[in-house]
Design a binder for this molecule. Structure first.
Ligand SMILES: Cc1ncc(C[n+]2csc(CCOP(=O)(O)OP(=O)(O)O)c2C)c(N)n1
Ligand SMILES: [Mg+2]
Length: 1070
């Protein structure tokens, strides 16, 4: 039994491949049933291959609606198929054309008037009839091989004559389609003329005349054009010679178009109209002059820097100078369409040029960066000049509108800034209420090697159309200089083009020869139009070259001798274009020279001004300066933080909402969720909270105070451990949800909770970017398990831990990393806190000066906060403090798994009321705490192991002999509070207990700090697992044994010295 895969009246679209498998189990039995099953064995019809089956399905759907709406031959085919015709018999030859003529005369040409003057016989045929007829024939009779068409001709003269007309048309249609699909392979994209952008110098057979068995005579024959092309302009038919000429002009000159992978016919037609219509690329003289002026700036800027700073690295744009007019064209056009703010990301190449000539950052400020003798005005390490970001308001000359241009600071790590730019763009759209991305848009620039090679590009594309992550289309510009450092593209990618990754989201890709500035301008305009029209991504591949080495110190002839011989002969694009415009009479030689000297003078003046500067300020290079947030703040005034507790009313209100079903009586919730809600309601009545409700209260109370909260990550809506349930799903209706936290108060700030794609690198980067846009929000990214965060290591290392030091860039991004050893194996146990701690900046050997502002000063001076809480109340305070602080620091939280439901890991409302605060350290409040002189051991620990330790202590009846103190904020280290505890238990030996292996966890961070605290007069022993390669054992039994040993060593008061060290080392992974 055969089922065509999209024959559904409603319900989900089936994935590719379902065709051969029949209806998938998941769909069977759902209301979305096949509208009709064909009883014939149609699957054996040879013409029903992948691409044609789509078409056939469309025909079938139309036929089901109205059999007359499709061509007669389809009607016959489907009727026969319905009757159960054997494979191959359902199809019948279409009726002879002569028999169709009366019908043809009755039908109107769909868009063009029927010609009144006598015309070639073919012109009298309706385009639609020919299209229908050809489509049926072409698909059914071996569409794949146009050269075979016409072999099985009928014998009657009538049939013969119609076929004489139809078959050449079929071939011509196939030829047009071949140009549309493969024309780019013959386009002249390389300015040097030595390399093919697609790495293939052969000509596709489909782009040769013999393939279609046309001869010389056919070239003068007139053909009716199909509806799938616009090359006719106002003509409905053209001689074959002219058709080929126009196709060549559109598809095989300095623009190579890739769009036929787009499944939406209307989008393909839209692109065809933008390129195929004759004369569409013509440019006014005024625009030509503007383009030339922009090229002058771009080219002379690099030449100026080369002259003034010959020994400095600047990653010049030479060979790709057209990037500047390209970006400016995109910005002009998008501004005309309503854009007001542009968020840009780009790598090293040409960055200074973009800053100077696109963003129009003050030239002297840029040139200052070359002066290594200037004194830095800011704290921190700073960064090299081609990494800095900036934000600038400027007037757009073409529209006279004021626009904002921001370039996001980025590390050397290529493409890492892509998701950051997207997150920042999304946030800006959100804060402006720009739900369609009409006002704020992103532009991403890429190098050819990095675009093809870096996985984060793919991950970022995958965010582009997700409801909670889309920025409504990004314009990507690849500066494709056909080399990556020293590596030839033939050895650096396996894809045809460096841009192939973009096809994953069906983005159109416009390859363009960068030595043709007018073609570049045209594709830039179309790209801007595309984004504005469809709100989707688009790629411009600027095929250029790199005139020098990778940087100004490199010798390219070592590795690319032939290419560089050619480059040596290549005139600059400026020279070529100036000559062209002079020869066309668009500008005079004098005008051109005047433009050049005008810009040279501007550079020279800026140079003199830069020499006057004494101080270098990185603050001027912020991509989001948060001016309002920092207004009137001094370091001194920032040394306070209000209480993070909230009123009982708010706690009760949020708790009640979290424990109530949706207000809609028709909303059916799952039985399990109902139970959870009931438990929550009881909790609230009894005035206590578990982890999830503590978190919800932190979010809810912040939103009540006007702070936006956004939580993103894999499966965060429900929570990996089914603890959160922030989105309730109607059990009977699709896409009917209830999000209690977004409905707490009518005037609350909005709540966004969104399950992300299965990516860490891009999604963490995205949320980081989101957090950078506005400080008045709590932006959280949660890992499924903490371990998975390491696929985003670059975002952690290059942005979160060091961003402020490099770029004076603050962020309050919060990472939630589930962590805890519970026998779940090597990759579901550890969030690798040791890595975060290793990157913490404070000095382990220096006991700090303690005063009443120490707690906040420490936060202010530190690069980030690493915490591991043991109670919901403390987690609640930590999250709230994150936003109530007068400055922003990244927060890394080790979050629990088993503690989510641990009967002791609960907090009373009393611990969350006004006046209460986050506790950096929780002292022992039990018998040991009251009896401190008698205490023999003071155990410091952090996180979940506290509950294992207290249980064991109780079991051994040691509550008054061993004190257990929790360090909740590990970094910055609470020196003052640890000292207090050490002083208090002066007779106790000191132990650090942890569940992580010895070379992991906090031990290596904690030990020197406790030693510093006690002035190195007391020893600190270690109780925990031995060093290991893997983060945890895969065996539950070993896990338990390890835990037992840890507890034994921690609790055995006969052991005084580094207890674990006496244990035999286990092999590798244990
Ligand atoms: C993630 C990452 N890996 C490696 C490098 C080192 N690197 C710097 S530039 C470069 C070549 C980049 O080539 P391409 O993307 O084509 O840009 P181009 O320099 O040609 O403009 C490499 C490998 C890097 N900066 N980032
Ligand atoms: Mg390159």
């Amino acid at each position: 039994m055969y089922t065509l895969r999209t024959f559904w009246t409603s319900g989900p679209k089936l994935a590719r491949g379902v065709l051969s498998q029949g209806v998938p189990a998941a769909v069977r039995g759902t209301p979305a049933q096949p509208a009709r099953l064909l009883t014939t064995s149609v699957q054996q019809e040879s013409f029903l291959n992948g691409s044609s089956s789509n078409y056939v399905e469309e025909m079938y759907s139309a036929w089901l609606e109205d059999p007359k709406s499709v061509h007669k031959s389809w009607d016959v085919f489907f009727r026969n198929a319905q009757r159960g015709a054997a494979p191959g018999e359902a199809y019948q030859s279409p009726p002879p054309m002569a028999a169709m003529m009366p019908m043809v005369q009755r039908m109107a040409w769909p868009m063009m008037p029927v010609p009144t003057a006598p015309a070639a016989a073919t012109e009298q045929m309706s385009g639609k009839v020919i299209d229908d007829h050809l489509a049926v024939q072409a698909i059914i009779r071996s569409y794949q091989d146009p050269s075979a068409l016409g072999h099985e001709l009928g014998s009657s003269g009538e049939v013969r004559s119609s076929i004489d007309m139809v078959v050449p048309h079929q071939r011509m249609h196939a030829m047009i389609r071949a140009y549309q699909i493969r024309g780019h392979q013959c386009a002249k994209l390389d300015p040097l003329g030595i390399m093919e952008a697609d790495l293939d110098s052969s000509t596709p057979r489909e782009l040769t005349l013999p393939y279609y068995r046309f001869n010389e005579e056919d070239l003068d024959r007139t053909f009716v054009l199909p509806q799938t092309t616009f090359i006719g302009g106002g003509s409905t038919s053209l001689p074959l010679r002219e058709i080929i000429k126009r196709l060549e002009e559109t598809y095989c000159q300095t623009i190579g178009l890739e769009y036929m992978h787009i499944n939406d016919r209307s989008k393909c037609d839209w692109i065809r109209q933008k390129f195929e219509i004759p004369g569409i690329m013509s440019m006014s003289n005024e625009t030509k002059r503007l383009t030339l002026a922009r090229l002058v700036r771009s080219t002379r800027f690099e030449q100026f820097l080369a002259t003034k700073y010959p020994a400095e690295k600047r990653f010049g744009l030479e060979g790709g100078e057209v990037l500047i007019p390209a970006l400016k064209t995109i910005i002009d056009r998008s501004t005309e369409q309503g854009a007001e703010s542009f968020v840009m990301g780009m790598p090293h190449r040409g960055r200074l040029n973009v800053l100077a000539n696109v963003i129009r950052k003050e030239l002297d400020q840029i040139l200052c960066q070359f002066d290594s003798s200037l004194e830095a005005d800011d704290e921190g390490s700073g960064d090299v000049k081609y990494h800095l970001g900036c934000s600038h308001m400027r007037l757009n000359r073409t529209t006279n509108k004021s626009i904002k241009l921001a370039l996001v600071a980025n590390p050397s790590h290529l493409e890492a800034a892509d998701p950051v730019v997207q997150g920042k763009t999304r946030a800006e759209q959100y804060y402006r209420g720009d739900i369609e991305g009409k006002k704020v848009m992103s532009i991403l620039m890429h190098g050819d090697a990095a675009f093809a090679g870096q996985g984060v590009v793919f991950e970022t594309f995958h965010l582009s159309d997700l409801p909670a992550y889309t920025t409504h289309g990004t314009i990507h510009v690849v500066v494709n200089n056909q080399i990556g450092f020293t590596t030839d593209p033939r050895f650096s990618r396996s894809s045809t083009y460096c841009t192939d990754v973009a096809k994953v989201v069906e983005a159109p890709i416009f390859h363009v020869n960068a030595d043709d500035p007018e073609a570049v301008a045209h594709v830039c305009n179309v790209a801007a139009d595309w984004r504005s029209e469809f709100e989707k991504d688009v790629v411009i591949d600027l095929v250029c070259y790199r005139r020098g080495g990778h940087n100004e110190m490199d010798e390219p002839m070592f590795t690319q001798p032939l290419m560089y011989k050619q480059i040596g002969k290549q005139p600059t694009v400026l020279k070529q274009y100036a000559e062209k415009l002079i020869s066309e009479g668009v500008v005079t030689q004098e005008e051109y020279e005047e433009e050049v000297s005008k810009y040279d003078k501007i550079c020279e003046e800026a140079y003199q001004q830069a020499r006057e500067e004494k101080i270098l300020s990185i603050k001027h290079w912020l991509d989001s300066p948060w001016t309002d947030f920092f207004k009137d703040k001094t370091r001194d005034s920032m040394m306070v933080c209000e209480s993070t507790g909230v009123s009982e009313d708010i706690l009760t209100h949020v708790g009640t909402f979290m424990g109530s079903p949706p207000p809609d009586p028709k909303f059916t919730i799952h039985g399990g969720v109902k139970r959870i809600l009931r438990q929550r309601a009881t909790m609230v009545k009894e005035r206590w909270v578990d982890w999830a409700i503590g978190e919800a209260m932190a979010f809810g109370s912040l939103m009540h105070a006007g702070f936006h909260v956004r939580l993103s990550g894999q499966d965060v809506e429900r929570g990996t451990f089914s603890q959160r349930h922030h989105v309730l799903h109607d059990q009977n209706r699709d896409k009917v949800f209830w999000t209690p936290l977004d409905n707490l108060w009518p005037d609350q700030a909005p709540y966004t909770v969104c399950n992300s794609s299965l990516s860490e690198y891009a999604v963490m980067g995205f949320e980081l970017g989101y957090s950078m846009s506005n400080p008045n929000a709590l932006v959280l990214w949660e890992a499924q398990f903490g371990d998975f965060a390491n696929t985003a290591q670059c975002i952690i290392d290059q942005f979160i831990s060091s961003g402020q030091a490099k770029w004076v860039r603050q962020t309050g991004i919060t990472l939630l990393l589930p962590h805890g050893y519970e026998g779940m194996g090597p990759e579901h146990s550890s969030a690798r806190m040791e890595r975060f701690l290793q990157m913490s900046t404070e000095d382990p050997d220096q006991y700090p000066e303690i005063d009443e502002r120490f707690e906040i000063r420490q936060l202010f001076d530190h690069n980030w906060i690493v915490a591991n809480c043991t109670t919901p109340a403390n987690y609640f305070h930590l999250l709230r403090r994150q936003v109530l602080l007068p400055f922003r620091k990244p927060l890394i939280v080790m979050t629990p798994k088993s503690l989510l439901r641990h009967p002791e890991a609960r907090s009373s409302f009393d611990d969350m009321l006004p006046g209460t605060n986050f506790q950096r350290l929780i002292p022992d409040l039990g018998p040991a705490g009251q009896n401190h002189e008698q205490v023999q051991r003071l155990i410091f620990c952090t996180g979940k192991v506290y509950y294992d330790l207290t249980k064991e202590r109780k079991a051994r009846d040691l509550d008054d002999k061993i004190a257990i103190v929790r360090i909740e904020q590990i970094s910055p280290f609470p020196f003052d509070m640890v000292k207090e505890q050490c002083d208090r238990y002066r007779n106790a030996d000191l132990v650090w207990a942890q569940e992580e292996h010895k070379n992991m966890g906090a031990w290596n961070y904690i030990q020197p700090r406790i030693r510093t605290t006690v002035n190195r007069e007391r020893h600190v022993s270690y109780a925990g697992r031995a060093s290991a390669a893997a983060a945890a054992t895969g065996s539950k039994q070993s896990h338990q044994q390890e835990l037992n040993r840890l507890l034994e060593h921690a609790m055995n008061l006969d052991n005084h010295v580094s207890l674990w060290q006496s244990q035999p080392r286990r092999n590798l992974t244990s």
